[in-house]
Design a protein around this ligand. Structure first.
Ligand code: T1G
Length: 699
């Protein structure tokens, strides 16, 4: 096996190359290799050393797969201390992804050269951790700017190499080859007195102004953290760099790291890191190559069609937008321009960038103009009749080999595909509104979808920076399907005595971005009302939504009408109790003869979260989703589920499926039992004392 760390002598300078694809993670053999090769450089009389990464990237961090396993010496903190104590100058060639332990390694070097494109940061908080190799102590000593230091560590957001050079994180900005420039720098260092270059020796002093900066930062961090604990803990360690001697600060950082590592939040966030990557891999039974996509046709310039068109234009595709009339096209394109104008205002995009995007858009009212599209995505009315008509027309005009996708959120794609002579070219691409913002894309593999069509959808998902999850056909696919029992329990809890605000608060305290009633108001209560009218609901199902239906019939449609479950301030949209909703709910309770009771937040969380996971288990049992972790990704990226809890399936794994199963069994026996359909898979796993994670692994 080639050594993952080797030395190339360039004159008197030893270039210590790290070669651990795909991201040069600091696996154990890499840590050992760095120490070995650096020692070799010193022993061989090298004038200086450069640490560099193969593959155009320095080091993307510690090897996350090693977490939770026994530490193999040397640990990264020790490696960093050895680098810093080296008696010859060590220069870091910082390029590509220089993250987490990678940046900590660079900070342990005496000098740093980077280039503008490098991505430099300490993203550990995204894993529920904090820099664990003295990053919280060396970074502030390098930047000497408490705001930059506490922001980088607590947000986890990387900065560009250009900015790193501006704020003093790098000593030189290379305009050419970073490694060559690092070697030149090493050659030019004649002063072997490295005292001033060892960050651990830099003294910091806490002043009232700096203390005030940290006080203010902590308030902001706590607000943004929304229940995640790592950001604040990380910020406290940066603050300690100003208050404690280096060795004490490192001790505090280490103790905090060891406290966070085994915790539920870090385990959940590391679960999500790998779950997102797993979800986007093609199913094991799929082979072949993605088809080339250059030109995309979008049918429908409404909210969804416009958002989807923006997504593809932003990713550099040529887009042809088809609507039934010029006015509809004017409206749709007008909304897109307004959205992009907001992007200019927020500094997210430039005027030139918007012009580039608009230049990629072609408009038409004729299907014939879609004839040369490689991928056509339909986002028209959500009725089967309209979808069938549209796909019949597409079949007539689309070129052979064009991928035909429907954005339907729950309709049967097999039925839509059967409308064409090419069902193998048809699949679902279900975007979430607003499609240009929401990262989730459910790719629905219909029975006849060809492998290369599925691979094509996965490829464009990556190019348009969407997080794809592959689903099979089934009413509501994965996300929306699971929402039904979740909302059912929420409405039942209101019938039984909880207020909508109590249910919402219990769930936002749990970590959800918004509670179900606030979300229903946001989406519009008439959407659910119409969907229930279209379905042939059983009487006991219909009864659950009596209050919601009465609200709609009384004109309370949610935010869009100024009131729904809540009342909304016309200016600020601030939510407050809607007395009409309260009286409608009370009326319905008495009509249904319900003896209300006070309901704890714990019961609200259990009944809604277990209902969600139980449906997820049905989705898995039916093969609509491939993995439990895919379901977690759907809820993280499409529904505002708290990431530091993992996802609905990871959460019940942490509760323990035995507990979950016994609660569901209890409710199934109780008065509300008619609303529970325990999943066989969940019950079996509980019996075997297994978890969904183990089910995934065994697949
Ligand atoms: N450890 C192990 N595997 C990793 C990894 C890592 N740090 N980073 C990526 N991978 C795997 C990933 O699972 C995937 O595997 C493949 O590499 C390609 O990744 C002590 C404690 C670097 C921006 O948090 O953000 O240092 O699916 O698909 O889109 O203080 O990977 O192919 O089998 O994401 O080009 C801090 C995490 C760690 C960076 C590249 N570092 N990685 O993105 O490729 S904690 C991070 C990323 C730490 C120290 C602390 C991204 C990337 P597979 P990919 P990409």
């Amino acid at each position: 096996m080639t050594k993952s760390v080797s030395t190339e002598m360039r004159g008197d300078v030893a270039v210590v190359w790290i070669d651990n694809p795909p991201v040069n993670a600091l696996s154990h053999h890499v840590r050992e290799g760095i120490v070995r090769e650096l020692k070799g450089a010193v022993d061989s009389g090298a004038k200086a050393a450069v640490i560099a990464g193969r593959g155009g990237t320095f080091i993307a961090g510690a090897d996350i797969r090693e977490f939770g396993k026994p530490l193999q010496e040397p640990g990264l903190p020790e490696v960093c201390d050895i680098i810093e104590a080296t008696t010859i100058p060590v220069v870091a060639a910082v390029e590509g992804n220089t993250l987490g332990g990678g940046l900590e390694t660079a900070l342990a070097c005496h000098y740093r050269v980077t280039n503008a494109r490098a991505k430099v940061g300490l993203p550990e908080v995204a894993l529920g951790l904090l820099p664990g190799a003295a990053g919280t102590q060396r970074l502030p000593r390098c930047l000497k700017n408490p705001v930059e230091a506490v922001t980088m560590v607590s947000s986890g957001r990387p900065i560009s190499g250009e900015k790193a050079a501006q704020i003093g994180l790098a000593d030189q900005l290379s305009k050419g080859n970073v490694v060559d420039d690092a070697v030149d720098m090493a050659n030019g260092i004649n002063d072997n007195d490295l005292t001033g270059r060892r960050l651990s020796k830099v003294e910091l002093e806490m002043t009232p102004e700096i203390a005030a900066i940290f006080d203010a930062a902590m308030v902001e961090i706590a607000k943004k953290a929304k229940g995640a604990i790592a950001p604040l803990k990380a910020a406290e360690c940066v603050r300690a760099a100003y208050e404690l001697p280096y060795a004490e600060g490192v001790k505090k950082e280490r103790a905090t790291f060891m406290e966070l590592l085994p915790g539920d939040q870090s385990r959940a966030l590391r679960h999500m890191f790998f779950a997102e990557r797993q979800a986007q891999k093609p199913p094991a039974d799929v082979s072949g190559e993605a088809r080339e996509v250059k030109k995309v046709g979008i049918l429908g310039a409404g909210t969804m069609g416009g958002g989807i068109a923006m997504t593809y234009a932003e990713a550099g595709f040529d887009v042809t937008m088809l609507e039934m009339s010029e006015e509809a096209l004017d409206r749709g394109l007008g909304v897109m321009e307004k959205n992009w104008a907001r992007g200019i205002k927020s500094g997210r995009i430039t005027e030139a960038g918007v012009a580039e995007r608009m230049a990629r858009l072609t408009r038409t009212t004729s299907y014939d103009d879609l004839a040369d599209c490689d991928l056509i995505i339909e986002a028209v009315f959500e009725t089967m009749a309209v979808k069938k008509e549209v796909f019949g027309k597409l079949d007539a005009v689309a070129k052979p080999g064009a991928v035909l996708a429907t954005n339907t959120s729950y309709l049967d794609i097999n039925e839509i595909a059967a409308q064409t002579s090419r069902p193998h070219d048809v699949l679902g691409m279900h975007y979430f509104s607003p499609a240009n913002i929401m990262p989730l894309l459910e790719i629905v593999r219909a029975d006849k979808t060809a492998d290369d069509v599925l691979l094509t959808a996965l490829a464009v998902a990556r190019k348009t920076r969407k997080t794809a999850v592959v689903a099979r056909v089934g009413h509501g696919f994965i996300g929306n399907r699971m929402l039904t029992p979740y909302l059912r329990q929420a409405n039942l809890l209101v019938l039984e005595g909880a207020s909508p605000a109590e249910v919402d608060k219990a769930l936002t305290d749990f970590g959800w971005a918004m509670g179900p009633f606030a979300v229903s108001d946001l989406a519009g209560l008439d959407i659910g009302y119409k969907s229930r009218q279209d379905q042939d609901l059983s009487q006991h199902e219909q009864r659950i939504y009596t209050a919601a239906d009465r609200l709609v019939e009384a004109g309370h449609l949610g935010q869009k009408s100024g009131s729904g479950f809540y009342k909304y301030d016309p200016q600020t949209r601030a939510r407050s109790e809607n007395p009409d909703a309260t009286s409608i709910i009370e009326e319905v309770r008495s009509e249904l003869g319900i003896n209300t009771r006070s309901i704890t937040a714990e019961e609200i969380v259990e009944r809604t979260q277990f209902a969600l996971a139980n449906e997820g288990a049905h989705v898995l049992g039916e093969g609509v989703a491939q993995r439990a972790s895919d379901i977690d990704v759907v809820y993280n990226h499409g529904y505002g589920y708290p990431r530091w809890r993992g996802g609905p399936m990871h959460y019940v794994d942490t509760v323990g499926l035995k507990t979950v199963a016994s609660k569901i069994a209890e409710w199934t026996e109780g008065a509300g039992g008619v609303h529970w359909e325990p999943s066989d898979l969940l019950m079996e796993l509980a019996d075997q004392d297994k978890s969904f994670a183990e089910w995934d692994k065994a697949k």
